[in-house]
Design a protein around this ligand. Structure first.
Ligand code: SAH
Length: 456
C-alpha cells in the first residue's frame, strides 16, 4: 500500500545508494530513498509517499552538491525518472554500478568477492534500439508523446530522448505531424476515445532496417493505408510497419492481434557475426554495442571445449546459444515465450546452425524433465528476467552440478539471492558488471560460478 504526504520537507545527507539507484537518507528515524540525490549530497527532500515502512522523496533544494554532478543533456530527466544518472559524470556512474553489485552480493548473498570495474561505452548516448512511447495531449490540445511521470499516467512531453536511437525521434515527430490530417487521434484511457495508444520503434544497428508498430485501440480505421503510404514517403528508412490492436483496459503495451501493413513484419540485426530476426514481441537486448561485449565475456568465461554440451536457459530469440554453438558439441535452448522460440528456430536456420535444440518451456520444468531422462549437461548459461530464477530451476541445477554456471543478470539483488543458494556447491570465480543502460541506475552482470569439486 502507498501512503501519500502533503509536502513534508526533511533536510538530510545522502549516505548510500540503494539497490534501485536512489540516494539513501536516514533522518528523524526515517529511511528515505531519493531520486537524483547522489553520494554525500545534502538537500531538502520533499517526501512523496511511503511503502512498507520506507519513504520516497525528491530533492526540493540542493545545499551541497557532488563534485561529479554534471549538466544533463535532457532537461526533463528528473521529471521523467528514466535516466536520473544523467546528472552524474559517466565515470562515476560506472563506479556506482560496480559498488551496487558488490553491495548486493555482500548484503543479500553473503558473498564478499571482488567485483571488476564496470565495462562502459565510449559514447553512452542514443544507444537504445527499442522505443515505446505513449501519445496524449498537452493543455493546448497539441498531440504530444513522451514518458509517464514516475507512478503516474501523466505524459511528460519529450521530442528527443537522449538515450534513444536518433532515427526513432524523427519518425515519431513525423507520425505526430501526420496524425491530425488523417483524423488519427491519441487514445484517451479515461474517456476511451481516440485511436493511437503507443508507437513502438525497433531499429537495427548493423542493417538499414527499422520497424514501426502502431498500437491502436481499433483493428482498422478509415485512411489507414494512405497514412502508411505517406509515412513511408516521408520516412523511407522505415522497412516495415505493423498494426497491433490493444482494446483492453491495461498497462500492458502490446495486444494479441497483429497485422503487417508494410514490409516483412520483422527486422534483422547482427550480433557477434550472426544474423537475427526480431519480431515486435520478442525480447532482444536494447543496447547492441554492449550486448556484443556482454556475450563475449560470457563466452570467454565458458572456456568451452568441442565436447561440451551447454544449456542456454531463458534464451529469448536464441542469441547466446546460437553464438556459442560453434565452440561446442551441442546446445539446448529453453525459452517460455512462444513467439521468441519461433524466432530462435528461424534464427538457427537463417545461420545454418544444426547443433542447437529448442524447447518452448519453463526453464525449471525443462531441467527437471532433463534430469529424469539423464540428459547430459556440462555448462549452464542462464539469463533470467529481472525477478531472477526460481527454486525449481536452482535446486535441480544443484542436483545437476554442471562444471560451470555462467549467470547473466539484469538485477543485482536477485542475482545475489540466487547465488546465495548456489554457493553451497559453487565458488564465485569472477563478477563482471557491464553497462547496458547508461544514464539509468540499471546494471547487467556476468557471474562465473565454478564447481567446488575441481574434478568436475
Ligand atoms: N538470453 C536472452 C534473453 C534474456 S531475457 C538474450 O540475451 O537476449 C530473459 C528471457 O527469459 C525472456 O526472453 C523471457 O521471455 C524468458 N523467460 C522468463 N521466464 C522464463 C521461464 N520461467 N522459463 C524460461 N524462460 C523464461
Amino acid at each position: 500500500m502507498y501512503k501519500s504526504f502533503h509536502r513534508e520537507i526533511i533536510h538530510g545527507k545522502c549516505i548510500d545508494i540503494s539497490s534501485e539507484g536512489k540516494g539513501v537518507v536516514k533522518e528523524k528515524g526515517k529511511i528515505i530513498f531519493v531520486s537524483g540525490l547522489f553520494l554525500y549530497e545534502e538537500a531538502d527532500i520533499e517526501i512523496l509517499y511511503s511503502r512498507a515502512g520506507v519513504y520516497f522523496g525528491r530533492v526540493s533544494k540542493l545545499y551541497k552538491s557532488s563534485p561529479y554532478r554534471v549538466q544533463p543533456k535532457c532537461l526533463v530527466c528528473t521529471a521523467c525518472g528514466g535516466c536520473t544518472y544523467q546528472q552524474i559524470a559517466y565515470s562515476e556512474q560506472l563506479k556506482y554500478k560496480q559498488n551496487r553489485v558488490y553491495n548486493s552480493l555482500k548484503r543479500l548473498g553473503d558473498i564478499d568477492t571482488k567485483v571488476n570495474e564496470t565495462i562502459g561505452m565510449d559514447n553512452p548516448y542514443n544507444y537504445r534500439n527499442k522505443i515505446q512511447i505513449p501519445l496524449g495531449y498537452d493543455n493546448k490540445n497539441h498531440i504530444i508523446s513522451g514518458f509517464y511521470r514516475e507512478r503516474s499516467h501523466e505524459i511528460i512531453p519529450i521530442n528527443e530522448c537522449a538515450i534513444e536511437d536518433k532515427r526513432a525521434s524523427k519518425i515519431i515527430k513525423t507520425i505526430k505531424e501526420l496524425m491530425p490530417s488523417f483524423k488519427m487521434y491519441p487514445y484517451d484511457e479515461d474517456r476511451r476515445t481516440g485511436l493511437l495508444r503507443h508507437i513502438l520503434i525497433r531499429t537495427s544497428y548493423y542493417k538499414e532496417e527499422i520497424m514501426v508498430v502502431l498500437v491502436s485501440s481499433k483493428q482498422t480505421w478509415a485512411g489507414r493505408s494512405n497514412f502508411v503510404k505517406e509515412l513511408v514517403l516521408r520516412c523511407p528508412e522505415i522497412t516495415t510497419i505493423v498494426s497491433n490492436t490493444n482494446s483492453r483496459d491495461t498497462n500492458v503495451i502490446l495486444g494479441e492481434k497483429e497485422e503487417v501493413l508494410y514490409g516483412k513484419g520483422y527486422i534483422e540485426d547482427s550480433l557477434c557475426g550472426l544474423v537475427f530476426q526480431i519480431s515486435s514481441k520478442s525480447f532482444y537486448q536494447t543496447n547492441p554495442v554492449q550486448t556484443e561485449k556482454l556475450y563475449q565475456i560470457a563466452i570467454q568465461n565458458g572456456n568451452f571445449t568441442k565436447d561440451d554440451i551447454v544449456l542456454d536457459a531463458y534464451s529469448g530469440i536464441g542469441t547466446i546459444g546460437l553464438i556459442v554453438s560453434k565452440n561446442v558439441n551441442k546446445v539446448y535452448s529453453v525459452e517460455i515465450v512462444k513467439e521468441a522460440t519461433k524466432d530462435a528456430i528461424n534464427n538457427a536456420k537463417r545461420n545454418n546452425i544444426n547443433n542447437v535444440e529448442f524447447f518452448n518451456d519453463d526453464a525449471g520444468d525443462f531441467l527437471v524433465k532433463s534430469k529424469s531422462i539423464n540428459r547430459k549437461i556440462d555448462v549452464v548459461i542462464m539469463d533470467p528476467p529481472r525477478n531472477g530464477s526460481d527454486n525449481k530451476f536452482l535446486s535441480c541445477l544443484l542436483e545437476y552440478s554442471p562444471r560451470k554456471i555462467i549467470y547473466i543478470s539484469c538485477e543485482p539483488s536477485t542475482l545475489a539471492r540466487d547465488l546465495k543458494q548456489l554457493k553451497s556447491k559453487y565458488m564465485v570465480s569472477s563478477v563482471q558488471p557491464v553497462d547496458m543502460f547508461p544514464m539509468t541506475p540499471h546494471v547487467e552482470t556476468v557471474a562465473l560460478l565454478v564447481h567446488k569439486d575441481s574434478k568436475k
